[in-house]
Design a protein around this ligand. Structure first.
Ligand code: SF4
Length: 485
């Protein structure tokens, strides 16, 4: 049992008492408890630490409470918040009645305090207000008067090389945080008692279960074809099926209202056979050969890595092209990866135009490639005509699968990570060193930041090329398999 209730635990317990109880009891399945951070997690954490460090530079009078020990940090804070203490505290720590909170920045305003939470987001959203409201609630219980609450977010106007003060945009969220904090206050006793109770609360299926990391060990345990595998099932329908005691797709009553896409998922699961639209062949016949299969990888970082790029600018970093003369016939594979030390988008755009020459289809998986090419066209008006010409040739394979084919093993999804193992079980990403887009993005950003030796960079580039190449090869194989359906 965890000694204290943290912000994360409290906010999760608000949504689901079972989840709150299990988090406090450390009753987590192996896969969740022992999950080591991915490269993407590591990069996000690293950026968060750097943003926190830069935020602290804005308050030169601040004192950092750096001990990782919660009780010692709370004791140190208690001394420093006295009337004669420093004007600004970083990581001020409070433990009250089983609850713990750390304030990123706490600034004195006379006898009261200004609470500032630092976030790597650029846009204000409710979960950030909730974050501030939780800390405000614990500070109030600890006897502090908080007269102002702010969020320090990343400014959209920041560019590489600007001073740290321009990195942040402050949002005064005092009113919203006070309202939310008083709502939280009313749950104080319930959550404290509920999360420390001897027995776990009975789990109840709610829409949030779908995204819960404990789902497969909780209400999803041992249930094949769960109703959550039905795409876009509204919370209203989830509630209605729960009332009927239905958790498996096969048990959904025939007269239960489903959309056409949802009904075909049920049909495929019930019959155990793929659903194939009568128009699938006609759709595939629209591909003009020779065709190019195209996939991009991109990166988005909170702190810009190149001049004149804004925070979270989506920067294409590499692409893979498999050229096919007919279904499954691959005469060539063309990978391209940018030089991470500089903004190579212009070179990438020029090479892309050259590599996609011809009049055949450009087969992509989703609209992402079209959006990326349009972004390049906006950035480089001198190439806009040629780049727009490429988008006219795009054939979106995922849209064809979504509208014309469903396999029971898709489990309600149409991403390539769902369709590939269902249609081509022997073809997997598991053997690759880079297994996902997030890790590819983080790896490139780390290279751009100069974190690797020359040999490591060369090896990573090979891994990234293999990953992106697998995405286009997967499309080649999917079209082959669908052509046989
Ligand atoms: S699966 Fe649902 S009931 Fe179980 S812990 Fe998660 S949110 Fe709660």
């Amino acid at each position: 049992m965890k000694e204290t209730i943290s912000k994360n635990l409290f906010l999760n317990a608000l949504v689901c008492p079972t989840l709150g109880w299990r988090l406090r009891a450390d009753d987590l399945p192996d896969g969740v408890a022992s999950k080591s951070p991915t490269l993407a997690d590591q990069f996000r954490m690293e950026q968060g630490v750097e943003i926190g460090r830069r935020a602290r530079q804005l308050f030169p009078d601040g004192v950092l409470i750096s001990t990782p020990n919660l009780s010692r940090a709370a004791a140190e804070t208690a001394k420093l918040v006295r009337a004669v203490g420093p004007p600004v505290l970083f990581e001020a720590t409070f433990v009250v009645d089983g609850y713990a909170a750390k304030a990123d920045v706490l600034r004195r305003i006379g006898d009261s305090w200004h609470l500032i939470e630092v976030k790597s987001n650029v846009n204000l959203k409710q979960e950030l207000i909730d974050d501030v409201a939780y800390t405000l609630m614990v500070l109030s219980r600890a006897g502090l008067t908080v007269s102002k609450a702010s969020l320090l977010l990343i400014s959209k106007d920041f560019r590489l090389g600007m001073e740290d003060a321009k990195l942040f945009a402050e949002y005064n969220c005092t009113q919203d945080a006070l309202v939310r904090s008083s709502e939280f206050q009313s749950c104080w006793d319930t959550i404290r008692d509920g999360t420390s109770a001897a027995g776990m609360p009975e789990p109840t299926l709610i829409p949030a279960c779908k995204g819960c990391e404990l789902f497969s060990d909780c209400l999803g345990k041992g249930i094949e074809n769960h109703i959550f595998d039905i795409p876009r099932l509204s919370p209203r329908k989830v509630d209605a099926l729960t009332q009927l005691g239905v958790v498996r797709i096969e048990a959904i009553p025939q007269d239960f209202e489903l959309t056409a896409i949802q009904a075909r998922v049920r049909q495929a699961v019930v019959t155990g056979r793929p659903w194939v639209s009568p128009n699938l062949r006609e759709q595939l016949n629209a591909i003009r050969w020779p065709a190019h299969y195209l996939d991009f990888e991109t990166m988005m970082t909170a702190l810009p890595l190149y001049p004149d790029t804004a925070p979270y600018t989506q920067i294409p970093t590499q692409y893979s092209i498999h050229k096919c003369t007919a279904v499954g016939e691959i005469p060539s594979h063309v990978p391209y990866i940018c030089d991470p030390t500089l903004d190579s988008r212009r070179d990438l755009a020029q090479r892309l135009i050259a590599d996609l020459q011809g009049g055949g289809s450009i087969i992509t998986y989703s609209n992402f490639e079209k959006t990326t090419i349009n972004g390049l066209a906006t950035l480089f008006p001198d190439m806009a005509g040629k780049l727009s010409g490429l988008t006219q040739r795009i054939f979106n394979l995922e849209a064809v699968i979504r509208d014309h084919y469903y396999h029971p093993a898709f489990r309600g999804r149409t991403s390539v990570k769902a369709t590939l193992p269902a249609l081509l079980p022997g073809m997997s990403y598991d053997t690759l060193n880079i297994k996902g887009g997030d890790s590819a993005s983080a790896a490139f950003a780390m290279m751009a930041l100069g974190r690797y030796s020359e040999e490591e960079v060369e090896k990573l580039k090979e891994d990234l090329t293999a990953y992106c190449g697998q995405d286009t090869l997967a499309m080649v194989k999917l079209v082959e398999r669908l052509s046989e359906a």
